[in-house]
Ligand binder design. Structure first.
Ligand SMILES: Cc1cc2nc3c(=O)[nH]c(=O)nc-3n(C[C@H](O)[C@H](O)[C@H](O)COP(=O)(O)OP(=O)(O)OC[C@H]3O[C@@H](n4cnc5c(N)ncnc54)[C@H](O)[C@@H]3O)c2cc1C
Length: 352
């Protein structure tokens, strides 16, 4: 039996962020991941501390942002791969009123570092933006493929990654330890994203999930390097390929792309792009969202060593690095979790 400090189940951005804490603190651990694409793989990878519908800061952005920025810098160095591509987001203004609202927002302390007070004029004839753009600074795109494949390689080189589906029925708990196959550990961290609903130890009503779809287009005349935010995001993927979306749906949690999502995305895209493009693909994923749009950290049962790191919703790349630090300190140094991120708050939620 191999003795470990931690077993981590799931290697999306939550699992990776927690592994970084374990590496930093010289903990003995293994990771079990099925290798199936989760939400991290299906996402657009937008790293953005602002909410561009209402021109506000994202929840706790001031705390999450600097930790995440440093995290992606360090991980890029360790993996010798450029994981965060710093790129501004250009928010298309719909009208003069939006320009005015933007100007008001730039004066707010929490947004000063992120929203540029200068408006940009549109000089790209492929884009429909007569009122110009507001520029969001400090943002970028997480290169999710590089991150996921690079981190798998990094763990494989240390021989700590088991590429398999975790079998919940094989997990045993004895004398404040967990046992799984040939391993024993002090704690197990479940970071399975939206698939956590298949975990029999997880309170299923705590996650509601939210399906998101992207249409992939090829648009040789678009010549766009920044992230464009209109009624949909247009995300440059290189070689004239762009991810466009995403949708939000609570009606269907399958991973099947749908015609209705494609129609919705393309009709929105056509309001801001006026050159021709070709649809070359479509993808779907499920966001691990909660009822109150806050993360789920910690153990569900009192004094349990089955611990969850979930509920990252639609802002996983911003939140996960700091949440991993918070969870680690909670487990190792008994630092209490804030109620708003503690999974136990879901005990008061009605089961649906
Ligand atoms: C369409 C879409 C667009 C998005 N765009 C953005 C964006 O632009 N910016 C942003 O910040 N966030 C975005 N998100 C949200 C973001 O993807 C999530 O917040 C985040 O990736 C969740 O990470 P996670 O590690 O919790 O879960 P996941 O990324 O789903 O990782 C879970 C991992 O666990 C594995 N797993 C699950 N069950 C088992 C098991 N039993 N055994 C072994 N392995 C298992 C899965 O295979 C997977 O690898 C988007 C999400 C979607 C769906």
């Amino acid at each position: 039996m191999k003795q470990l400090d931690y077993i981590v189940v799931g290697l999306g951005i939550a699992g990776i962020s927690f592994c970084e804490q374990l590496q930093k603190n010289d903990k003995r651990f293994i990771v079990i991941d099925s290798g199936e694409d989760g939400s991290t793989a299906k996402s657009g990878g937008v790293f953005n501390p602002t909410v561009l519908k209402r021109f506000t800061a994202a929840w706790n952005a001031a705390a999450f942002f600097p930790v995440a920025k440093k995290f992606y810098g360090t991980i890029s160095e360790n993996l010798e791969s450029h994981i965060l591509q710093e790129t501004p987001v250009l928010r298309i203004f719909k009208c003069v009123e939006e320009q005015n609202n933007w100007s008001v927002a730039t004066d707010k302390r929490e947004l000063q570092n992120f929203l540029s007070s200068e408006f940009l004029k549109n000089s790209n004839s492929a884009i429909e933006a007569p009122f110009g753009f507001g520029e969001v600074l400090g943002t970028g795109q997480i290169k999710t493929k590089k991150l996921l494949s690079g981190y798998r390689e990094f763990l494989n080189a240390q021989d700590v990654l088991l590429s398999e589906t975790f079998q919940y029925e094989l997990l045993q708990q004895k004398e404040s330890k967990v046992f799984y196959k040939d391993f024993s550990a002090s704690k197990i961290i479940f970071a399975e994203g939206a698939k956590v609903v298949e975990n029999p130890f997880f309170p299923k009503h705590a996650i509601v999930g939210n399906k998101g779809e992207y249409v992939i287009i090829k648009a040789p005349d678009l010549n766009l390097e920044a992230l464009l935010k209109g009624p949909v995001y247009v995300i440059p993927m290189g070689n004239d390929i762009y991810k466009v979306g995403a949708t939000y749906s609570r009606d269907d949690y399958s991973l099947n792309p749908t015609e209705s999502a494609k129609d919705e995305i393309l009709s929105k895209l056509k309001t801001c792009i006026n050159y021709s493009f070709e649809v070359v693909g479509q993808t779907a994923g499920v966001r691990p969202t909660t009822r109150d749009h806050r993360p789920l950290l910690g153990a569900w049962e009192e004094h349990s060593n089955l611990v969850f790191f979930n509920g990252l919703g639609s802002r996983g790349f911003l939140m996960a690095p700091l949440l991993a630090v918070i969870l680690y300190k909670h487990l190792e140094d008994d630092v209490p979790l804030l109620k708003e991120m503690n999974i136990k708050r879901a005990r008061t939620w009605k089961k649906i």
